[in-house]
Design a protein around this ligand. Structure first.
Ligand SMILES: Cc1cc2nc3c(=O)[nH]c(=O)nc-3n(C[C@H](O)[C@H](O)[C@H](O)COP(=O)(O)O)c2cc1C
Length: 367
């Protein structure tokens, strides 16, 4: 039988002890009318907590900034009733014996996909252009940048006040912080654009503000990816040198853990090495890392080609080999945990044969 004892050891993250190495990946549900998370959402997370996952990262939650959102029914760190709903998630997960981070989200230029009225909040992005050059709003002014950074910081402070154990800044998949990191969408000629350190400045200032508003002992994660929602082959870094130059300001600003989002965790990131993205980030920054992407599944996430059939289950051997080589500290599970709230318990009990396949056609029922 597969030896999982290593991934069932505790892990300490800036003073927070996680009972095992399994993390629930952040997954948008869009089930929070008017931005208010209901009891159904708290129950959904509590089921996964009872199922043994050591840490839950909530779905992306809009920070309290009118330009952040491009999707309805996503929770918001805004009004008191919205905060109260989120607080119920923290309480429910803790009662069920797990830990929970909230994912802080700003969509940047994705807001341009909405039909916006003349007096609607603006579409903000580093340079006001999409990767294909289409004009999508206006470049962020210094005042916009300061206001958005403040909203991230307030979000982190509220998260701590509501009882969350940490925050994760969503800097992956082509959302606002990633739009600054990427040369495809950041053409600025001021201190927020140009070489890697300048492109990382916005994200680093977001991290620093979250740190300032929460204190030194509050875990802060940063999620990054090479891939974008609209382009799976896009990259923020073609070489380890570029990756290191982008991430070192973030590490210096106070990131406790980098969450390295890939579609397949076993893919080699750069030529000449078998290391995946998480392995590289761990080696280059010296910080703990979370790996993710098709763990226990035989087919990568595909948001662009609609719903297909069942995704077959796969062995954890490639993951355990990476763990044995110390290439990651924590591992996030997405779709497999939607289909199996008790995925971690079943793995621990050697009952992998009882797991259900993930079927994207049943996504709305997997609640
Ligand atoms: C329904 C769904 C919603 C998602 N929403 C988010 C999100 O809000 N934030 C985020 O960073 N990633 C999001 N993702 C990506 C997942 O966190 C994860 O990286 C991806 O599903 C790959 O992991 P898996 O192969 O284990 O499913 C979402 C994925 C799915 C399937």
């Amino acid at each position: 039988m597969t030896d999982l004892s290593g991934v069932f050891t505790p892990f300490a993250l800036n003073g927070l002890t996680l009972p095992n190495r399994f993390v629930m990946a952040p997954m948008t549900r869009a089930r929070s009318p008017d931005g208010v998370a209901g009891d159904d959402l708290a129950r959904y997370y509590a089921r996964r907590a009872r199922g043994g996952v050591g840490l839950i990262i909530t779905e992306g939650v809009w920070i309290d900034e009118p330009s952040a959102s491009y999707m309805a029914n996503v929770p918001v760190l805004g009004r008191p009733d919205q905060l109260k709903g989120l607080g119920r998630i923290a309480d429910a997960v803790h009662e069920a014996g797990s830990r929970v981070f909230i994912q802080l989200w700003h969509a940047g230029f994705h807001r341009a996909s909405l039909q916006l009225g003349a007096d609607a909040p603006p579409v903000l992005s580093p340079s006001g252009v999409a990767p294909d050059g289409e004009v999508v709003g206006s470049p962020m002014t210094d005042a916009d940048i300061a206001r958005v950074i403040d909203a991230y910081g307030r979000g982190a402070r509220e998260a701590r006040r509501l009882g969350f154990d940490g925050v994760e800044i969503h800097g992956a998949h082509g959302y606002l912080p990633d739009q600054f990191l990427s040369t495809l969408t950041n053409h600025r000629a001021d201190g927020y654009g140009g070489e890697e350190g300048a492109r990382a400045r916005f994200a680093a200032e977001v991290v620093a503000e979250c740190r300032r508003r929460t204190g030194p002992d509050f875990p802060i994660g940063f999620r990054l990816s090479q891939w974008k929602l609209w382009d799976y082959s896009a990259r923020i870094a073609d070489t380890p040198r570029v990756l290191a130059a982008l991430l070192s300001p973030l590490a210096a600003a106070g990131v406790d853990v980098f969450h390295c989002s890939t579609r397949r965790h076993w893919d080699a990131e750069f030529e000449g090495s078998t290391l995946g993205l998480a392995g590289w980030v761990k080696a280059l920054t010296g910080k703990p890392v979370i790996t993710v992407g098709s763990v226990g599944l035989d087919e990568a996430l595909d948001t662009r080609h609609g719903r297909r059939g069942e995704v077959p289950l796969a062995s954890l051997e490639p993951l355990l080999e990476q763990f044995g080589r110390n290439e990651f500290d924590l591992v996030a599970i997405g779709r497999a945990l939607l289909a199996n709230p008790d995925w971690v318990a079943k793995m621990r009990e050697g009952r992998a044969a009882d797991l259900k396949a993930f079927d994207p056609r049943a996504l709305t029922e997997l609640f």
